[in-house]
Design a binder for this molecule. Structure first.
Ligand code: FES
Length: 105
């Protein structure tokens, strides 16, 4: 198990133990964090799972996909560390990673 740190839409900090193979979207939703709607269920078609990944962990993630990039471009809240949580498969090498739920568009 590895640890994921979450800051939800209300600014509440949550720390969860997570197994590898789940997406960060699934982990955040199961944590009870607010603000993670994930309306499309992980299909990379809604962008309601938008998070900011702590910069120190950005290099651990696979390159952003074309669809993910296009969806994030539609957000008024896109930042350099923006990702869609449903596109990040959690792995032990991400132990200690921090994600912040982005404001809703
Ligand atoms: S849950 Fe819809 S894009 Fe991630």
């Amino acid at each position: 198990m590895a640890t994921l740190h979450i800051v939800d839409a209300n600014g509440r900090a949550i720390v969860v133990e997570a197994g590898q193979g789940q997406t960060v979207m699934q982990i955040v939703r199961e944590s009870g964090a607010s603000g993670m709607e994930a309306l499309c269920g992980g299909g990379c078609s809604c962008a309601t799972c938008h998070v900011y990944v702590a910069p120190a962990f950005a290099d651990l993630l696979h390159a952003i996909g074309e669809d993910e990039d296009a969806l994030l471009d539609c957000s008024d809240h896109r930042a350099t560390t923006s990702r869609l949580a449903c596109q990040i498969v959690f792995d032990a090498c991400m132990d200690g990673m921090s994600v912040t739920v982005a404001p809703a568009d």
